[in-house]
Design a protein around this ligand. Structure first.
Ligand SMILES: [Zn+2]
Length: 304
């Protein structure tokens, strides 16, 4: 009888020992190779990005990006011939202190004047990713943002996720409207922008890669964020916004802070002065320009 015999147990012990050696070895070799491969890809991409001065974006690692850039494959690439931005090389931060980029999305609104007044009083430059406002009294705010030295970035005209992310064509049509409007009102052609919901979100999962490629091809640089003020949700107070932003900025050398400038976000405007007070000694505030290396989401970020 083999089962239960001494020979059976001998074989069982030998097999177990063999498995204990083989399985970890195979795993180690596999992950070693994976690690090596991803390091190699990262190196290759780094080299490519520095040569071509393209944004370094992890999710494009290993993709022959030059193909996407130069070959006119899609009809929309010939649309909107004025909707281009001149790209600049990214310049390393030259600050002794950690840098904070305050960014305000969804304006102009009834809160924008107060936000601008606070920034002016503190001599701080920030970044506004604007949408369309139909309210007559808001029209001069686009120009005021520019005149006071802030960066005017774009955030789409309608901000309607279901429309703008239906296709690349829909996004471009919408973006062109705000691009044109801002140019007419301010004389400035924005070079930086932020995707509503961030660059990779549940609404654009089918088109994000193509869409990002097209916007980069046109020379625009987009910025996600690495500090969220938390003011997008429903329950927050100015004290909570203050705490979240300060905590986030304290742990980073470079913070791109997501805040909102829509008409319901008065708590954000309320928090602004105390945020500035808490960080002004230890940090430096700067506006985003297209020479600031962007913080961008990866596909993995979106899956968490
Ligand atoms: Zn938004």
């Amino acid at each position: 009888m083999y089962w239960g015999s001494v020979r059976f147990f001998k074989h069982l012990i030998l097999s177990t020992v063999a498995l204990m050696i083989i399985v970890p070895t195979v795993l180690a070799v596999y992950f070693g190779m994976e690690n090596h491969r991803s390091k190699q890809l990262a190196e290759e991409y780094k080299k490519y990005a520095s040569e071509s001065q393209l944004p370094k974006m992890e999710y494009l690692t290993g993709v022959d990006y030059s193909e996407v850039i130069t070959v006119p494959t899609f009809p929309y690439q010939t649309e909107y011939p004025d909707m281009y931005a001149e790209r600049s090389a990214f310049v390393e931060e030259d600050s002794e202190k950690p840098v904070v980029y305050l960014t305000f999305d969804d304006g102009p609104s009834a809160n924008t004047e107060r936000v601008l007044d606070i920034l002016k009083a503190n001599d701080i430059k920030a970044t506004f990713f604007v949408v369309n406002s139909d309210i007559e009294a808001h029209q001069y705010l686009y120009k005021r943002i520019v005149d006071e030295g802030h960066t005017l970035g774009l955030h789409t005209y309608s901000h309607q996720y279901l429309n703008i992310y239906r296709s690349v064509e829909d996004y471009l049509a919408d973006f062109d409207k705000i691009f044109t409007k801002v140019y007419e009102l301010t004389g400035v052609k924005p070079t930086v922008f932020r995707f509503p919901g961030g660059s990779i979100n549940v609404y654009n999962q089918q088109i994000y890669f193509e869409l990002i490629s097209e916007m980069l091809r046109r020379g625009f640089v987009y910025y996600d964020w690495n500090v969220s003020s938390g003011d997008a949700g429903q329950t927050y107070t100015s004290a909570a916004i203050h705490q979240t932003v300060v905590n986030g900025a304290m742990t980073k050398d470079k913070s791109i802070v997501l805040m909102h400038d829509s008409s319901t976000k008065y708590a954000t405007a309320d928090a602004l002065q105390s945020i500035i007070d808490s960080l002004k000694e230890t940090h430096e505030f700067r506006p985003i320009t297209n020479s600031v290396e962007p913080t961008v989401f990866t596909y993995e970020d979106n899956q968490r």
